[in-house]
Design a protein around this ligand. Structure first.
Ligand code: ADP
Length: 582
């Protein structure tokens, strides 16, 4: 039997057909290369399948034109294999487009149809029995494709309808063509229609791809904007070409620096406004794209309101042909981190200092104790009176050590907020009375005259939240210091009342003792600080921790502690505790 196309060619009516086919082969091949190029850029699997799909189709066209020219029927039949591949890859692409794996039965189905086709060609089956399964295959797969597009592709409705229509027309058309190829005498116009449809399909797939990419870009762009606009860090893009300019500065710049993004857009060197003159060059280097990676990129920057903050630049330089074209990056407020770092450093320093103090304070009495013990042992001290005196000193030093250890323990608990207070609601009047009762005798027995001023009208019905035992400890420390540094027959004046605004309960203890040198006063509450003042005979030098502990206790009560002194005339210590009003 003679094939329809042969009749057409022989008839000479459609001589232009080969040139049309060749143009379409070139066009289809070009399209496949575009797909492969897009695959190389996007790494999307479906784009690669579409590339294969149109390669298969151009091969199918090549076989068509060869069979037309060479009059070899088997080429026309082999063409069907590429048609099958063409449609199979389209299905692969559709599944990959919705990020799904193609079910294996489609592969098996395609394999069986191909085998049938090859068998048919080899054993020269009747043409209809060869082409009918192929047509069925085309109809089934294009229906499936349309169903996938309808059900799963998230593309705009117009494109969806268009794609389904093109898929169906193309599939059914191709199937019909296969049948026509067997019977019809004049097929040239049908070939043309098929080719045009195939390219229409190709084009509509391409449109879908572009649409999807545009959607993805706009989603990515939107997401990026959301992140940038809401980040506390400042995100910026600084173009260096053709002229340096801020292309983007996130709105958070206003919170961080006080200046709106517009200021940065208008002036390409506006970043200098927030920099310190000392760091001008380093910051300029960042914005010129020449910053070295190992350079420190944290600077003290200035807010519009005059305050300062630590800003860290994380930038990357974009290059084109090895020339920097832009700087993109993040400016982050690292003030808290920097402060914590400094605190950590100073905490470490003060811990080292504390350890050296402690070892020094412990070493002095221990050396003294050991010295006396040795002298007692080797007989250097042998007279009973001397022995007693030595024992007395050893015991005093041992007591001092115990005192020191207790104080250190208490202080470390107070400083680490691990000290537990027994706060209670107390009448200021009762508390004052209790403090007097507990210490009056101590003052008197030191031959010092106590002068007590208790303003009961002011203190009446005033309450404080306090731990009475700890307040007694503070009071006792100040009173014993006063006794220690005051001559006999002098006086100690104690005043209980409130501060001027009546917001705080205030206790003031003034002695008429030797006083504290002005230069020592600022350090009086520091750990281990001992002023250069002689102690009353018979009184041991303390640990230098008493006032530090007292201040910690008062601070924990929400109050304040202060000291005034007049060298040679006396000292005044005062502490306050907030008055509790319901
Ligand atoms: P200490 O256990 O050595 O008394 P404190 O912390 O209580 O430790 O006092 C620290 C230093 O303050 C004392 O060593 C002393 O030099 C000075 N000081 C405290 N109170 C008085 C005071 N009333 N008069 C003179 N100096 C005082």
């Amino acid at each position: 039997m003679k094939y329809a196309y042969q009749t057409a060619v022989e008839g000479g009516g459609f001589l232009y057909l080969p040139s049309v086919i060749i143009s379409f082969i070139i066009l289809t091949l070009l399209m496949s290369f575009v797909y492969f190029y897009m695959f190389a850029r996007s790494q999307e699997r479906y784009v690669r399948y579409w590339g294969f799909c149109w390669i298969a189709y151009s091969l199918s066209l090549l076989f068509l034109i060869l069979s037309l020219n060479m009059d070899i029927i088997v080429l026309l039949e082999l063409r069907k294999i590429f048609d099958l591949l063409n449609i199979l890859f389209l299905l692969y692409g559709a599944y990959a487009f919705m990020h799904a794996q193609i079910p294996t039965y489609w592969n098996r189905f395609s394999l069986y149809v191909t085998m049938w086709l090859l068998l048919g060609i080899y054993y020269s089956f009747d043409h209809l029995s060869i082409y009918l399964p192929v047509s069925m295959y085309q109809i089934i797969i294009t229906s499936m494709l349309s169903y996938i597009v309808y059900k799963y592709w998230s593309v705009p409705t117009f494109e969806k309808i268009l794609s389904i229509a093109v898929f169906l027309l193309w599939g059914f058309g191709k199937a019909a063509l296969s049948i026509f190829e067997v019977y019809n005498q004049d097929l040239s116009s049908l070939y043309l229609i098929e080719i045009i449809f195939s390219n229409l399909l190709n084009f509509s797939i391409f449109v879908i791809y572009l649409q999807k990419t545009r959607d993805e870009i706009s989603i990515a762009d939107r997401l990026y904007r959301i992140i940038a606009e809401n980040a506390t860090d400042v995100i910026f893009y600084y173009a260096l070409n053709p002229k340096p300019a801020f292309t983007y500065v996130s709105p958070s710049v206003e919170t961080l620096t006080g200046y709106p993004p517009e200021d940065f857009y208008q002036n390409p060197r506006f970043y200098l406004e927030i920099s310190d003159s000392e760091h001008f060059n380093a910051i300029k280097a960042i914005f010129s794209g020449s910053q070295l990676t190992d350079m420190d990129s944290t600077f003290l920057l200035h807010h519009k309101n005059g305050s300062s903050f630590w800003g860290e630049f994380n930038v990357s330089v974009l290059y084109e042909d090895e020339t920097p074209v832009a700087v993109e990056g993040i400016l982050r407020d690292v003030t808290r981190m920097k402060n914590a770092e400094n605190q950590l450093r100073s905490a470490k320093q003060s811990r080292d200092l504390l350890l050296s103090y402690i070892s020094h304070e412990l070493k002095t009495p221990i050396t003294s104790i050991l010295g006396y013990i040795n002298a007692l042992n080797d007989g250097t001290i042998s007279a009973p009176q001397e022995k007693n005196a030595a024992m007395e000193i050893i015991s005093t030093k041992a007591l001092l050590l115990e005192h020191l250890i207790n104080d250190l323990f208490q202080l470390s608990k107070l400083e680490s907020n691990q000290f537990s207070f027994n706060f209670m609601h107390l009448s200021a009047l009762d508390l004052s009375q209790q403090l007097i009762d507990n210490h009056l005798l101590d003052i008197k027995s030191a031959n010092i005259k106590p002068i007590i001023a208790l303003d009961s009208t002011v203190l009446k019905e005033k309450y404080v939240i306090a731990d009475p035992k700890r307040i007694d400890q503070v009071f006792s420390n100040i009173v014993f210091n006063a006794i220690k540094y005051t001559e006999s027959n002098d006086k100690i004046k104690i005043k209980f009342g409130t501060d001027q605004g009546m917001k705080n309960y205030e206790v003031t203890i003034s002695d008429s003792g030797i006083g504290i040198p002005q230069e020592d006063l600022p350090y009086i509450f520091d750990r281990f600080f001992k002023a250069h003042t002689p102690v009353r005979p018979g009184k041991e030098l303390g640990t230098g921790l008493g006032l530090t502990i007292s201040k910690e206790i008062i601070t924990a009560h929400g109050g304040m502690m202060s000291a005034r002194s007049n060298l040679g005339k006396g000292s005044t210590f005062a502490f306050t505790i907030p008055i509790y009003y319901d």
